[in-house]
Ligand binder design. Structure first.
Ligand SMILES: CSC[C@@H](O)[C@@H](O)C(=O)COP(=O)(O)O
Ligand SMILES: [Zn+2]
Length: 216
């Protein structure tokens, strides 16, 4: 791959990240600069990820608002004026433990309600999901039920990332999503479209739970 090819690859990936971000913002899932997205791209030795810059209005991103990082460590590859997302280490933990090529984190309302209700301030808990038809949209071996972890919302993001790393390392069949207590949801997939589709399934399931679909 030539330098020009690499630059084109990065620009295309950046434009795609910006486009998905604008769409998720328009749904109200990334209010007040919240949320972040990344893609793992085949440049270098396949270890590069492009991630949204920190603190930007996620409804008006362009391809210039992205930062190249090492996919599995989150280390910034080309230091510049932009700061990588504050949650880069969580994306890196997902890339290190899974085959994911795209990760999306949002503060969508229903998933966040469930993260508030299910999470605890002193330990990782989990949210059991079963019966919903939409579980089939998550790519699970057994779509009849799954359990997604709800991590403590440590102020030090690296501590969340360490717990994500440990969880995914010990649960190879884990569902492609996690909640952070009182915070939001993170999902992943083979590309941005699949990660977004899975996010829609999680959000819709959480909406049904909030509406009391399984209450007796
Ligand atoms: C608007 S505060 C939200 C942040 O604390 C964080 O949770 C978030 O989702 C966005 O962080 P960012 O560093 O912009 O990627
Ligand atoms: Zn967040």
């Amino acid at each position: 791959m030539t330098i020009l090819d690499k630059r084109t690859e990065l620009t295309t990936a950046g434009a795609s990240l910006a486009s998905f971000s604008r769409d998720l913002y328009a749904r109200g899932w990334m209010p007040g600069t919240s949320g972040n997205l990344s893609v793992r791209i085949p440049v270098g030795h396949g270890e590069t990820a492009l991630i949204t810059a920190s603190g930007r209005d996620k409804g008006s991103l362009t391809e210039d608002d992205m930062v190249a990082v090492h996919a599995q460590t989150g280390d910034v590859l080309v230091p510049g004026s932009l700061k990588a997302s504050a949650e880069t280490s969580i994306h890196a933990a997902v890339y290190a433990a899974t085959e994911a090529r795209a990760v999306i984190h949002v503060h969508s309302p229903y998933a966040t309600v469930m993260a508030c209700r299910t999470g605890e301030s002193d330990r990782t808990t989990s949210l059991r999901l079963e019966r919903f038809e939409l579980l089939k949209g998550l790519g699970l071996d057994d779509p009849s039920r799954t359990e997604i972890p709800v991590f403590r919302n440590w102020p030090q993001v690296q501590m969340i990332a360490d717990e994500v790393d440990e969880h995914l390392g010990t649960h190879p069949d884990a569902a492609p999503g996690l909640l952070i207590a009182d915070h939001g949801i993170t999902t992943w997939g083979k590309d941005l479209a699949q990660a977004r589709n899975r996010l829609e399934c999680f959000e819709a399931i959480c909406q049904l739970l909030v509406l009391g679909a399984m209450d007796s």
